[in-house]
Write a protein that binds this ligand. Structure first.
Ligand code: MN
Length: 227
């Protein structure tokens, strides 16, 4: 097929022991750890999960220099486990939801917190706080055949070697299966979709030159430098 303009490049994530994973859409869960919901000023009652999105080409590979973004002076890290879907579906029951998963990775939901705070105050959308260029660093994926379905284990983020965020996958308010099931009731899911599952407490600002190292037990670390 020919196009009116050159077709965009398909964003991908490396897969350990396999071909690259093509990214279709990036969904992110808000406030999915109770302690983080509290630090952001919310009651972590088990209200239904809510979602926002990033463009697929916001993906950045590990070991990158991520440029400090435009239009912010409060650029925050959020360490998260990322779920990659190998199959799609709609209205998927919780018991079947994990069958959709291709694999897991460690990612960063980078956030322009000052833009988000202004958007919250004015009742405006979060897109420019969350879905900006290079806002989704992601380490290589481990397929389910290698890692299973992680549901407990340490999650942490270090900045310049110092621990800033610390949590455990077992503290997720909405499990991976519940999150996939709920999201599939809002939109039809497709192979290539990613879900950033939310961040534990300890989010904070980074500046140029900071080195970020993110970890989830059993997965490959993410390492980026702010440039
Ligand atoms: Mn997040």
């Amino acid at each position: 097929m020919s196009f009116a303009i050159p077709a965009p490049v398909q964003p991908t994530i490396p897969v350990v022991g396999g071909d690259p994973f093509p990214v279709r859409r990036i969904y992110c869960v808000g406030r999915n750890y109770a302690a983080h919901a509290r630090e952001m000023g919310h009651d972590p009652d088990r209200e239904p999960p809510f979602f926002f999105m990033k463009p697929a080409d916001a993906i950045v590979p590990t070991d990158s220099v991520v440029p400090y973004p435009a239009a912010t002076s409060d650029y925050h890290h959020e360490i998260e486990m990322v779920v990659a879907l190998g199959q799609g579906g709609r209205d998927v029951p919780v018991e079947k939801a994990l069958e959709l998963v291709f694999g897991y990775a460690v990612g960063l939901d980078m956030t322009r917190r000052d833009i988000q705070a202004a958007a919250k105050k004015m009742g405006r959308p979060w897109d420019m706080a969350k879905g900006f260029d290079q806002s989704a660093p992601c380490a290589p994926l481990l397929p389910v055949s290698k890692v299973g379905h992680p549901d407990k284990g340490a999650v942490w983020l270090k900045v310049n070697g110092e621990v800033r965020q610390q949590g455990d996958l077992s503290d997720l308010i909405w499990s991976v299966a519940e999150t996939i099931s709920y999201l599939s009731g809002l939109v039809e899911l497709f192979p290539g979709d990613l879900i950033y599952t939310g961040t534990p407490e300890g989010v904070g600002a980074v500046v140029k030159g900071d080195k970020l190292e993110g970890h989830v037990d059993g997965l490959l670390d993410i390492n980026v430098t702010i440039g």
